[in-house]
Every structure is written in structure tokens, then in C-alpha cells.
Ligand binder design. Structure first.
Ligand code: PLP
Length: 335
């Protein structure tokens, strides 16, 4: 897998640690649980979007762009990391924010990621829930072009075949770490939303013939929709990597049992997962993505889905700035 063929900037502190979670593994009594710390990618509190942005910003600079425009939910971690990456390379940043989650207190509207976006000097435009955000992004791009700017548009979550190359790179990084440790990885479990992270991992593993299963725990979409989206993107990414013959549909697996009432709406399982990781391992998950994905992993372990001798890697995708946007819910949960 020859990633140096693609324009790329260096953003991430990588390789991120791959750590064993002894106390969580013991408490749950299931497989051996490891964690890949992509919450520690470094830029502006880190997270998975920085991996994608290495290739997206690389492409933007190669095309002579001067502005990055990207959509997201109000508390988007992707928008925050895009703003920081833009600043780092002397570009302007514009966020098109959808009031997507029906959470509307001060902490959600102005705290967490929104505060960080403001510190980064990002410009915002807001759109109501249910807006076609790809269309809103293109309209914003048109507006900036008409004012003489050279915008580079990044679709929601940075989930294009270019962005997903960032997670093909992580697949390579993870396999290298596993080989060095003598660790056989049976499965990777992660939060999946716009599917670029999952698609990039699958494409990377397939290109290397790593034979590592990937389970995406949905934070919003129904299973069939997420699997279809991830499969399409995994194939597009793999094609860019030179893999011929596509990717078997079964390699793309999602579970939509842990979304709860919807995107960004807290669940009891998320609260349990956030508290368990904090109190057993001193690790913070986030309320929108990694908390729900870990709630899924915990429940699947309790249902006996994994053997005790299996090695499961939980991909921590970051997002902890969102904890402060859910202050009221989480402080009640903490007791
Ligand atoms: C965006 C995000 C995800 C989901 O990644 P996708 O590539 O959109 O599926 C997971 N966790 C966190 C913290 C995120 O911000």
C-alpha cells in the first residue's frame, strides 16, 4: 500500500498508542480488549478527523485552495478539527452547522466544540435540522467563489475516498503495531457515522489481506444504509489504492442497536460506557460517538458474542470536547 503517491500533509501525532485495557477486560469477562488511541492524534484535542484531514488538506493545497468549507452538526468534532487544520496551513475555515440534535441548552449551543471553533476563528453559518447539507455546502462554496475565494469543499465528516485514505493509513499502522507486539487482532470495533473511518479501515485491511473483521457501531443511520454507504466508499478507497476486484459486501458490517432515539441524543448505555471507561481505566469517551460504540461493545460482550481468547481493538475516535456540551446529562449520570 503506497500512500506516498497521494498529496498529504503531516498533522497527526502518529503512531497513536495501541494499549491493552486490563481492568475493563477483567470486569466484562469477555475477550481481551485493546484500545487504539486515535483520540490522541494531537491537533486541537485530536480525533479521527485529523487522519482524514492529512489527505484532504494535502489535496486542497495541491489545488491552490485558500479556504476550507465543511458541514457538520453544531457540536461537530470534524468541524473543529477542520478549523484547526485550516489554521495550521494558513487557510480560512468556514463551518456550515446543522442544528441536527434536538439538544438546545447553553452548553450545547455555545460550549464544547463551539467554543473551540470560536477560539480558532472559524466563520459559521447555521442551517435548520433536516437541511440537505451537501447542497448547503455547495451553495456556500458558490458564494465564496463568487467573492473571489478558492474554496475546497469537504463533505460531511470528511468521508470521501480521499479522506478515507487516512484510515487506510491507520489500517497499515495498526497491522504494523500488531506485528511488532505479536498480537493477533480478531476484530476492530468503532463508532460509525458518515462511514469514512470504517470504509478506510476496511479498504486498508483488504488491500493488505489482513483478515481483520471491522464492526461499525452506528451513531445515526439504520444498519442497511450505513453498510451500503460504507461499502461504496470502501470500494472507492480501495480502487484508489489499486486493489482490483472490489470488496466483498460481507466485509462491511454494522450494528444499529445502540443509536437510541437518534444522533446526538444521550442513551443510558452511553452513560454507563462513559462512566465505566473513566472509572476502570481513566479514559474519557465522548457522548455522541465513542460512548455509544463502547455501549455496543459492552452489550455484545455480555451477550457472549466474543470468545475469551479473542483480541478486540476498540478504535477510540476522540470527541471528548463534546462531554462539556452534555454537562447536565452527564453530571446527573455521574451521581
Ligand atoms: C466523526 C466521528 C466519528 C465517526 O466517523 P465517520 O468517519 O464519520 O464514520 C466517530 N467518532 C468521533 C468522535 C467523531 O467525531
Amino acid at each position: 500500500m503506497h500512500l506516498a503517491r497521494f498529496p498529504r500533509v503531516k498533522i497527526c501525532h502518529a503512531p497513536t498508542p495501541l494499549e491493552f485495557l486490563p481492568r475493563l477486560s477483567r470486569v466484562l469477562g469477555g475477550p481481551q480488549i485493546w484500545i487504539k488511541r486515535d483520540d490522541c492524534t494531537g491537533l486541537a484535542l485530536g480525533g479521527n478527523k485529523s487522519r482524514k484531514l492529512e489527505f484532504l488538506v494535502g489535496e486542497a493545497l495541491a489545488r491552490g485552495a485558500d479556504t476550507l468549507i465543511t458541514p457538520g452538526a453544531v457540536q461537530s468534532n470534524h468541524v473543529r478539527q477542520t478549523a484547526a487544520a485550516a489554521r495550521r496551513f494558513g487557510l480560512k475555515a468556514v463551518g456550515v452547522l446543522e442544528r441536527r440534535a434536538p439538544v438546545n441548552d447553553d452548553a450545547y449551543r455555545e460550549g464544547g466544540n463551539v467554543l473551540l471553533d470560536r477560539l480558532l476563528g472559524m466563520r459559521f453559518v447555521y442551517r435548520p435540522a433536516g437541511t440537505d447539507m451537501q447542497k448547503a455546502l455547495e451553495e456556500e462554496g458558490e458564494r465564496f467563489r463568487s467573492e473571489g475565494a478558492k474554496p475546497y469543499l469537504i463533505p460531511v465528516g470528511g468521508s470521501t475516498a480521499t479522506g478515507a485514505l487516512g484510515y487506510a493509513a491507520v489500517a497499515l499502522e495498526l497491522v504494523t503495531q500488531a506485528n511488532d507486539l505479536g498480537l493477533r487482532i480478531d476484530r476492530v470495533v468503532l463508532a460509525s457515522g458518515s462511514a469514512g473511518t470504517q470504509a478506510g479501515l476496511v479498504a486498508g485491511f483488504e488491500t493488505m489481506r489482513a483478515n481483520i473483521g471491522v464492526l461499525g457501531v452506528s451513531v445515526s443511520s439504520a444498519r442497511a444504509d450505513l453498510e451500503a454507504k460504507a461499502h461504496l466508499l470502501a470500494e472507492a478507497t480501495a480502487a484508489r489504492l489499486g486493489l482490483e476486484g472490489g470488496i466483498a459486501r460481507e466485509r462491511v458490517e454494522a450494528n444499529d442497536g445502540y443509536v437510541g432515539e437518534g444522533y446526538g441524543i444521550p442513551t443510558a448505555g452511553m452513560a454507563e460506557a462513559v462512566l465505566l471507561l473513566a472509572r476502570e481505566e481513566g479514559i474519557f469517551l465522548d457522548p455522541v460517538y465513542s460512548g455509544k460504540a463502547m455501549a455496543g461493545l459492552i452489550d455484545l460482550i455480555r451477550r457472549g458474542t466474543f470468545r475469551a481468547d479473542e483480541n478486540v481493538v476498540f478504535l477510540h475516535t476522540g470527541g471528548q470536547a463534546g462531554l462539556f456540551a452534555y454537562q447536565e446529562f452527564l453530571s446527573r449520570a455521574a451521581g
